[in-house]
Design a binder for this molecule. Structure first.
Ligand code: FAD
Ligand code: NAG
Length: 463
């Protein structure tokens, strides 16, 4: 009884420190996917948490709408599975219809991003050890004597404000204003996704995610609600078919994409093109780097990004929350004041998280290169990949996409099997009169396969 009372007293004292002194064990910038989940996880461990968010309104974005089964699993580990309820989520299955019994994978969920984020925010708001503040973070507060980060500066309704904590978590997303100077890498962008919402579009295989491959870069379609279907169209930077001269992006969507879609889907696409606001997001690649600044922890998209083709971002983020929760648990790190111990755990985190992120990162980048093939060798690899999905053992690739199979070596093996299959397909396509050229062509295909995957393997191994 007394200890319970003491617990209450400690809890309300911490709440007062958060509200009156703007002071906590940890301050998190960004109540998105990662920030909310982390606030709940740390709050439930008894940490005092301040969560800062620029806008508490329901986000309306074209990102983070498909949660892979690996992400659903992470959500369950975090005790947040109920955030998938009452948001009109669609149970989605593997991406290759007819090639796998659905029982093999527990199923992912597709939904409106904003509805899911609002559920996560409600979970954070319901946590007595978490205080959520609507404010825009504008800078870090650092110590004058050392590089130690002490908290964040904010602007709340035009008024300057500060929040202090032993650890500051940066989770402000893809366009992070805070990673510069604290992250070894900068994001690289090759393309953008343009998004539209189609109403009552009859998909060829309802509940499956669709990747449409043609001469053009990839197009994704998946249902995100009872009536709504998201379509994302990849457009590389400086892509001639979408140049102003050719009618711009809208011209490209109307003249090239529309006729390439399944007949049944075309009317809903056209309607969306005429009515819906066309929105775009950059598709970035950013390798993770070890946090070395005392008092600072960079996570989520601010830390690590891959092409969204495979819908892996939220799965990586939620798995990272699981790792951080365990590595920084009160049993291991009794006080966040122990900056040195936190930094040591963060260096372990950098390598441990690769268990779940490496396969997702490499697969996303390598598949994008093949799917957006823009030369003959990449096209050969694309055909080989396609053939592989038709005849190969697809259970492992599907489990990798789902974020459930996490061994990089398995991925590399499949990738090079695709490379050799591509060479075989090329051999079968080569007319006898051109066979003399075949050895050269096959070396070029193999070389291209290496160029596609090796940089991403190195990025994971050495960054
Ligand atoms: C086109 C596209 C499609 C995608 N599709 C998928 C998908 O289907 N499945 C998937 O798993 N992933 C997908 N992703 C990736 C996914 O969206 C991200 O990995 C995920 O949202 C990252 O979560 P986060 O919490 O790091 O950032 P976010 O979810 O972006 O959250 C950042 C939060 O920080 C807040 N914020 C920003 N700056 C400040 C500030 N200065 N002060 C206070 N608050 C601030 C923002 O308002 C926001 O709420 C996609 C990405 C793109 C680009
Ligand atoms: C809040 O933190 C206290 C310690 O300050 C802890 O005893 C309690 O379990 C936490 N409450 C919840 C609901 O997580």
């Amino acid at each position: 009884m007394t200890s319970e009372l003491n617990g209450h007293a400690v809890q309300s004292q911490a709440a007062r420190r958060r509200l009156e002194h703007h002071e906590a064990d940890v301050v998190i910038v960004g109540a998105g996917i990662l920030g909310c989940a982390l606030a709940v996880a740390l709050g439930r461990q008894g940490r005092s948490v301040i969560l800062l968010e620029a806008s508490m309104k329901e986000p309306d974005r074209i990102v983070g709408e498909l949660l892979q089964p690996g992400g659903v699993q992470a959500l369950e580990k975090l005790g947040l599975l109920e955030c998938l309820e009452d948001i009109d989520a669609i149970l989605s299955v593997s991406i290759i219809p007819g090639r796998l019994p659905p029982s093999l994978s527990p199923g992912g969920r597709a939904f409106h991003h904003g509805r899911f984020v609002m559920k996560l925010r409600q979970a954070a708001l319901a946590c007595p050890n978490v205080t959520v503040v609507e404010t825009k973070a504008t800078g870090l507060v650092t110590s004058t004597q050392s590089p130690q980060v002490l908290g964040v500066e904010c602007v709340t309704k035009d008024l300057k404000d500060c929040y202090f904590a032993q650890q500051t978590v940066i989770a402000d997303g893809y366009d992070s204003k805070f990673r510069k100077g604290h992250h070894q890498h900068t994001p690289k962008r090759r393309s953008k996704f343009y998004g539209l919402e189609m109403i009552d579009a009859p998909l060829p295989s309802p509940c499956y995610g669709h990747v449409l491959l043609s001469e053009s870069p990839p197009v994704l379609m998946y249902q995100i609600g009872t009536h709504e279907t998201r379509i994302l169209i990849d457009i590389p930077d400086n892509f001639p078919p979408a140049s102003v001269k050719n009618g711009g992006v809208k011209g490209y969507l109307r003249n090239t994409i529309l006729p390439s879609l399944p007949k049944d889907v075309q009317p809903s696409f056209l309607a969306a093109l005429e009515k819906d606001k066309l929105r775009s997001m950059p598709n970035s690649f950013l390798p993770a780097s070890t946090n070395k600044t005392p008092g600072l922890i960079i996570l989520g998209d601010a830390l690590n990004m891959r092409h969204p083709l495979t819908g892996g971002g939220m799965t990586v983020a939620l798995n990272d929350v699981c790792f951080i929760r365990d590595l920084l648990s009160p049993e291991v790190v009794p006080s966040f004041e122990d900056t040195e111990l936190v930094l040591k755990q963060l260096s372990r985190f950098h390598w441990l998280r690769k268990k779940s992120s490496t396969v997702i990162n490499i697969l996303a980048q390598a598949l994008y290169m093949l799917f957006a093939a823009d030369d003959v060798n990449l096209r050969a690899l694309q055909r080989g990949c396609f053939r592989y999905f038709q005849i190969g053992p697809v259970d492992q690739p599907v489990l990798m996409l789902a974020g459930l199979l996490k061994q990089p070596l398995v991925l590399v093996t499949h990738f090079f099997t695709v490379a050799f299959l591509s060479i075989w397909v090329l051999f079968r396509e080569t007319p006898v009169t051109q066979l003399l050229l075949f050895p050269f062509k096959s070396i070029m295909v193999f070389w291209t396969a290496c160029v596609v995957i090796v940089p991403y393997i190195l990025a994971e191994l050495f960054c």
